[in-house]
Design a protein. Structure first.
Length: 224
């Protein structure tokens, strides 16, 4: 069964997976249609670049092959995105396609935005130099910090989904997100709309930040 919620396709994942396991392989297409947009955003955000579609196709195929091991009490999206993230990292490593940060930022700025422009007037008025400062700050985060910020704010996942996608305990998600946001607060200019008080960062970011994140999450420092 499929419905639409806010323009998104919503499926009864449990019943679809049960049908696939029962031999109705074509039912899997419902899961593919529902989750392809977020899977593509995840692949691009984690560095797949032009290989994003191939990465997502491979991830869906691996997920299909592994449905027998999928836990019925789990959510399909974080389980799938964990496969997407792993497949993306394997693709980047095997192809040796680590590009310079400046080149990645230029390509992302020329691409179609992954997320619609926010209606937040603060974002609409954001100057180019502030965007540049945001990109530079994101590049200073280590891989784990960029990953958790990507999941929570670019992919708009909740804490539980982020934990499932990254394979971390929820406490680890919370602590790494808190450190990442505090670091962004220290790195951004004091007059930036994104430079909010450090103690308030863990509660959420200003409207429109997710749009800026899509321009600069990959690259930066290695995990500490």
């Amino acid at each position: 069964m499929r419905t639409r919620e806010g323009g998104r396709i919503v499926v009864d994942e449990g019943s679809v997976i049960a049908r696939v396991r029962a031999g109705e392989a074509e039912a899997y297409a419902e899961l593919v249609r529902a989750h392809t947009p977020v899977a593509l955003r995840a692949a691009v955000a984690f560095g797949a670049g032009a290989d994003a579609e191939d990465v997502v196709q491979a991830a869906f195929f691996k997920a299909y092959q592994s449905l027998g091991r999928f836990r019925d009490d789990s959510s399909f999206k974080p389980w799938l995105l964990q496969i997407v993230v792993n497949e993306t990292r394997n693709t980047v490593r095997s192809a040796g396609r680590l590009r310079a940060l400046a080149g990645r930022e230029a390509a992302l700025r020329e691409a179609e935005p992954l997320i619609p422009e926010s209606a937040d007037p603060a974002f609409a008025a954001l100057a180019q130099e502030q965007r540049s400062a945001l990109h530079a700050a994101l590049g200073r985060l280590n891989r784990d910090q960029r990953a958790v910020v990507t999941c929570r704010y670019l992919l708009e996942m909740d804490e539980a989904e982020t934990a499932g996608t990254l394979g971390w305990p929820r406490g680890t998600v919370k602590s790494r997100l808190n450190r990442a946001l505090k670091k962004l607060g220290r790195l951004l200019p004091a007059d930036s709309v994104f430079a909010v008080e450090s103690e308030g960062l863990a509660e959420g970011l200003p409207g429109g930040l997710s749009d800026g994140l899509s321009d600069g999450l990959e690259g930066g420092e290695k995990s500490e």
